[in-house]
Design a protein around this ligand. Structure first.
Ligand SMILES: [Zn+2]
Ligand SMILES: [Zn+2]
Length: 224
């Protein structure tokens, strides 16, 4: 008997125990779990689960296998990206009880958010390609840089960001196959702390990714 772990939130499906709450009796092999099964904590589909390996380091990302990277000397960000970065810094300062810095970052975020070159490149394929490149190489590189600098704060944020990106990628996949219908007749919540998106009637008690209580999860209005 094996165990399968949700790669988004860490929920473990144990074949031996089954999931009686979801009418899956003990001893049900993962292969026999219905295709409609979703993670009871975060709502991820079966495809987001992977077999629990016995090795302890199964979840610690391979920081060694990535070749050392030169950071680009001239990083150029679009106004939209700068606006998002400053908005995150504002939130970070708020968490660190530094309202003054937070306000300054918020002003910068608003400034860049109103710039002419704000991109509206929300093209589906473009979004998917960006996410996939993050998941295949971006996070590995970022983890390596943070790891070699022993920056534990960044490593933690990267871990969340990777899980959230994986979930967003799964949502996009669903959006593609079910068109826009998968958001009909359901609610959408976003965690203000880590950005996790939950699609479902009731928000979970705690954020499945960063584990904050659910008052930090905001309901997003339904599209008209
Ligand atoms: Zn999950
Ligand atoms: Zn969260």
């Amino acid at each position: 008997m094996s165990q399968y772990v949700c790669t988004i939130c860490g929920f473990v499906y144990d074949e031996e125990a089954g999931y009686p709450k979801g009418d899956i009796s003990p001893g049900t092999l993962w292969a026999d779990v219905p295709a409609e099964f979703v993670c009871p904590l975060c709502g991820a589909s079966k495809a987001e689960f992977s077999k629990q390996e016995n090795s302890v380091s199964a979840t610690s990302v391979s920081t060694e296998t990535v070749a050392p990277v030169e950071l680009p000397k001239d990083l150029s960000y679009s106004s939209a990206e700068l606006s998002a970065i400053f908005s995150n810094l504002a939130k970070g300062c708020e968490k660190q009880y530094d309202p003054e810095m937070s306000e300054l970052y918020r002003q910068l975020s608003t400034y860049y958010g109103t710039q002419q070159d704000m991109e509206h490149n929300a093209d589906f394929e473009n979004l998917k390609a960006l996410l996939e490149s993050d998941l295949s190489t971006g996070f590995a590189v970022a983890n390596q840089v943070a790891g070699s600098n022993k920056d534990r704060g960044s490593l933690r944020a990267l871990k969340w960001a990777e899980q959230v990106s994986r979930m967003v990628n799964a949502h996009l996949g669903k959006l593609k196959s079910d068109s826009a219908n998968f958001l009909e007749d359901t609610n959408v919540y976003v965690c203000e702390i880590c950005g996790f998106i939950y699609v479902g009637e009731e928000k979970p008690e705690i954020c499945p990714v960063c584990k904050v209580p659910n008052e930090k999860m905001t309901q997003i209005g339904k599209a008209a």
